[in-house]
Each structure stands twice: as C-alpha cells, then as structure tokens.
Write a protein that binds this ligand. Structure first.
Ligand code: GDP
Length: 172
C-alpha cells in the first residue's frame, strides 16, 4: 500500500447556522488565522479552499460558508449535498441561534446524506458569562453529532473542530 503521507484527499465541508453565529469568522480563523471584529455578512455563500495535513494525509478542504439568512435557505441543499462534513454553528449567547441550529440538524438528518458527518459548534465561547445555551452537548449526544464549543476570536477549538470532522470522514 502507498504510504499514508502520499495520500491526498478532497473534502467538501459546509458551514450552516444563523447569521451572526460566527461562521465566516471561524472560516477566516481557519484559513488565515485572523479575526475581524466587524465581519461583513456573507451574501449567498462564500467558497474557500485550504490544504492541511490530518494525521499523515494531506487534505484539501473545499469549504462553503453559507449565509445564515432565511432568504437563502432554498440554496442550502446545493451546499450540503455531497459534503463530507457539515459544521452547524450557533452562538452560545443566543438561544434563537441554537433553535436555528437544531432546525439545520433536523433538515440534514432528513434530507442530507447519511455519510455527511455533522458537528455542532457552540461559537463565541470566549464570552462565557453571557452564555444562554447549555443543553447543546446533550442534544448533540442524543442526535449522534460531534460537539464542541469554539471561539473564532481566541481560536479555541476551531482547528480541532475542522480536523475532527475530517479525521472521522477519512475513517468512513
Ligand atoms: P456569520 O454571519 O455566521 O458568518 O457570523 P460572522 O462571522 O459574520 O460573525 C458575526 C459577529 O460575531 C462578528 O461581529 C464577529 O466579529 C463576531 N464573532 C464571531 N465569532 C466570534 C467569537 O468566537 N467570539 C466573539 N466574541 N465574537 C465573535
């Protein structure tokens, strides 16, 4: 067999979640290791490509950052169809964003592909004193999702949340 280090993989990854939850910020942190306090809203969807090594394999991530606004909802299946992983982002300080995240999970469970790995990311974990959502871990467990709290601002867990997805995807 070829050494694992020579393996090259492509993975489509999609971010879903309410506008303002921090999807674009997580991608920016992942791709450029930057954080911008006043990130502009994504219109429709934005595409990024990033290669990094996971274990011994080099993985090219094709990342779709979708707009969270309801008016773009009908476009979403285009982005999550065929995705190796979907990261569903909510803001831990915003209950409505968690309710929206649950809707995404249910939509993907019904309409998505069973091979798409789903991860729930509770973002803005740097502002813990403003936490409003505490039932997410339980919800993730009950629905078979990966779960982690992230911060695009401090970079906490964001790299591992992308990597954890890919790690699992490669094992499928
Ligand atoms: P999106 O609409 O889901 O793509 O959200 P954005 O990435 O545009 O972020 C919305 C706002 O939340 C911006 O003002 C970001 O600077 C801020 N934000 C995003 N991630 C974090 C985070 O981890 N911590 C904090 N404190 N603010 C964040």
């Amino acid at each position: 067999a070829a050494p694992a280090a020579n393996r090259s993989n492509n993975a489509k990854l999609v971010l879903l979640g309410d506008a303002g939850a921090g999807k674009s910020s997580l991608v920016l942190r992942f791709v450029k290791n930057q954080f911008i306090e006043f990130q502009e809203s994504t219109i429709g969807a934005a595409f990024f490509s990033q290669t990094l090594s996971v274990d011994d394999a080099s993985v090219k991530f094709d990342i779709w950052d979708t707009a969270g606004q309801e008016r773009y909802h009908s476009l979403a299946p285009m982005y999550y169809r065929g995705a190796a992983a979907a990261i569903i982002v909510y803001d831990i300080t915003n209950q409505a964003s968690f309710d929206r995240a649950k809707k995404w999970v249910q939509e993907l469970l019904v309409q998505g592909s069973p091979s798409t790995i789903m991860a729930l990311a509770g973002n803005k974990a740097d502002i813990l004193d403003a936490r409003r959502v505490s039932e997410a871990q339980r919800y993730a467990l009950d629905n078979g999702l990966l779960f982690m709290e992230t911060s695009a601002k401090t970079a906490m867990n964001q790299r591992s949340s992308f990597k954890a997805n890919q790690h699992k995807a490669l094992q499928e």
